[in-house]
Design a protein around this ligand. Structure first.
Ligand SMILES: C[S@@+](CC[C@H](N)C(=O)[O-])C[C@H]1O[C@@H](n2cnc3c(N)ncnc32)[C@H](O)[C@@H]1O
Length: 187
């Protein structure tokens, strides 16, 4: 798989960051394991990842009802080759289709996106879906690093959500660190 991924990155001229091996990405493995746990207990959930890259996360989740979106059409093309059992589309937050029980994953993407935009799209997704779970990564110690923005899920989602799971501290680039956090809608 890793050889095929490297070949896809090279042939499609994709940013070399995407060559990174799934097994070496702690945050990705944690996200997969925790979403597997959620979907084992809640089979009706649809899992959608926005900013899915080559599908390391969404493609390794066991649940069948899942979909990945990425803005880059070359990356989406590569993800389809690497994970043929997962649906991928070119798109973003505003393309998430209405659904009954949604688990939204946005990991390793928010800290590059403008907070006004993120607030607006999350609010739209909340209004148009039964949003039950949101999985994001929260970055700390980002000053002087590649990460532009730090997000706090509770501030972003409002008080109808609570933390269900939180990873241990995971090392990120340039001395920053991240926690993967799962938010659950209060019932
Ligand atoms: C750093 S990669 C992370 C990929 C994946 N989440 C992972 O951790 O393996 C960020 C991805 O988000 C995509 N992206 C950036 N802005 C986006 C947006 N507004 N909507 C959808 N995808 C976006 C990029 O094309 C890139 O593939």
């Amino acid at each position: 798989m890793h050889f095929l991924k490297r070949a896809i990155v090279k042939i499609l001229d994709i940013d070399s960051w995407h060559e990174s091996d799934y097994m070496s990405k702690e945050y990705a493995k944690y996200t997969v394991s925790i979403v597997d746990r959620i979907t084992q207990n809640d089979r009706k959930v649809k899992v959608v990842e926005v900013g899915c890259g080559l599908g390391d996360i969404i493609g390794n989740i066991k649940h069948k009802n899942k979909q990945g979106y990425d803005l880059d059409n070359k990356i989406v093309f590569g993800a389809k080759i690497l994970h043929p059992c997962t649906k991928f589309n070119v798109g973003s937050f505003m393309d998430v289709q209405e659904c009954q029980k949604l688990c939204l994953i946005a990991v390793n993407i928010l800290h590059f996106l403008d907070p006004d935009y993120v607030e607006r799209v999350i609010c739209d997704i909340k209004n148009n879906n039964d949003l039950d779970y949101v999985v994001i990564d929260e970055l700390h110690d980002t000053v002087g690093t590649v990460y532009k923005y730090e997000y706090n899920g509770l501030k972003l989602l409002g008080d109808d959500f609570r933390i269900k799971y939180r990873s241990r501290r995971i090392q990120a680039s340039e001395g920053a660190c991240r926690y993967v956090v799962v938010y659950e809608r209060k019932r």
